[in-house]
Design a protein around this ligand. Structure first.
Ligand SMILES: Nc1ncnc2c1ncn2[C@@H]1O[C@H](COP(=O)(O)OP(=O)(O)O)[C@@H](O)[C@H]1O
Ligand SMILES: [Mg+2]
Length: 365
């Protein structure tokens, strides 16, 4: 699947601009703070329905405007699909081929992307939240079922957590079993999907990491807790755990077991990468995970996703840069950098120069 055209209206620092992308490498250049990442973020938004690093959609709306609009024309194995997201301060409208969707989950899977930026180092170095976010966004792009389970799980979890803070003991005793039953069902679905995803990701990431390091390092990704068996069995066991942790949860005021607490263990040559990997090792490990994600999307959907490489090339040494660009041959790539000449080592691509939220046209790059 490729994105042919992307139009941004009142999105971040763009007033109105249309990008026409090639099916191969697209190179967005420009000085800092001109709108390169903003463009990359718009692509990400159309794939996930989620803003990149912020909690609220409203930051995406150009200052002074009432709403933002991102629209794209894509082409893939099922033909041409047009997508649009209209972002208001407190709501969003999503469109596929001009039809407004009533459920936002139906927006997922029309376009897929893998996003890699220097911030992705957090995947290796930060706490479990970053890795759960990675799993959630990645699996949601290939499974609406996962996304639905996740939304419902979070809703019930919130309700359970609110209940745990209640002072009315009989209300807790009466209602908790109802929440626990439902929570365990969705938790099991999430856990099993994550287990499947992670086992594919681990194999692919290990291969890619070995390639990027010329066989010098072994990367291993594994769940920090195992959920064995089928979804039904996992649900039963989780229900038991929830029951077992009720008293503790009431004391703590929150739910202490379940997939919202899980993590991915990442080791390089047997050593925990978090806290021990050097900056360079962490960067390569994060890149390996992201390229593995490209392969998973390709495998699951029969076509590669759009790969967005935001400002990462300059941080990799020349051999890795070459390997990366070689690896993604045949994948549509949107790459941003400040100095195209310096980082591209001769790679050919469509160059688009951006200045102040506008494409600079007609001057050559
Ligand atoms: N909602 C918004 N309205 C107007 N400008 C914005 C908005 N959000 C971000 N910007 C501007 O976008 C610019 C940053 O763009 P960005 O894409 O991150 O730059 P870069 O080219 O360095 O990747 C900043 O000047 C910032 O002020
Ligand atoms: Mg940027």
């Amino acid at each position: 699947m490729v994105v042919k055209k992307l139009t941004l209206e009142n999105f971040r620092n763009y007033e109105h601009e249309t990008f026409e992308f090639s099916e191969g490498l697209n190179i967005l250049t420009g000085k800092n703070a001109q709108g390169k990442t903003n463009c990359a973020e718009a692509v990400f938004y159309l794939c996930t329905g989620a803003p990149l690093r912020i909690r609220h959609d409203r930051q995406l709306i150009r200052s002074g405007a009432e709403f933002a609009r991102i629209s794209a024309e894509t082409e893939g194995r099922y033909g041409k699909v047009s997508l649009a997201a209209v972002i208001f301060e407190t709501k969003r409208e999503l469109y596929v081929n001009g039809n407004k969707l009533s459920r936002s989950v139906d927006f997922l899977g029309n376009m897929r992307s893998v996003f890699f930026s220097p911030g992705e180092l957090r995947l290796i170095q930060d706490g479990p939240e970053e890795r759960r976010r990675f799993l959630n966004l990645s699996i949601s792009q290939t499974s609406r079922d996962y996304c639905t389970a996740l939304v419902r799980y979070r809703r019930i979890l919130d309700q359970r957590n609110n209940l745990l803070k209640e002072h009315d003991v009989s209300l807790i005793a009466e209602t908790l079993p109802v929440w626990d039953e439902q929570l365990a069902q969705y938790a099991a679905r999430i856990a099993v999907r994550r287990r499947e995803f992670l086992s594919s990701l681990s194999v692919l990431a290990a291969d890619i990491h070995a390639e990027l390091t010329d066989g010098a390092e072994h990367l291993l990704l594994s769940p920090d807790r195992e959920y064995r068996g089928e979804e039904g069995e996992v649900a039963e066991r989780l229900l038991k755990e929830l029951k077992g942790s009720r008293e503790r949860d009431i004391r703590l005021g929150f739910t202490s077991v379940g997939p919202h607490r899980d993590d991915i263990r990442i080791t390089i040559d047997g050593t925990d990468a978090r806290g021990y990997a050097s900056q360079g090792q962490a960067r390569t490990a994060a890149l390996s995970m992201k390229l593995a994600e490209v392969e998973i999307f390709r495998k699951l959907s029969g076509e590669p996703p759009v790969l967005v490489l935001d400002d990462v090339l300059s941080e990799l040494d020349l051999p890795r840069r070459k390997k990366l660009l070689g690896h993604v041959a045949g994948v549509q790539c949107i790459l941003t950098c400040t100095h195209a000449e310096r980082v591209l080592s001769g790679a050919e691509g469509k160059k688009i120069r951006i200045q102040g939220g506008k494409i600079v046209r007609g001057t050559g790059v």
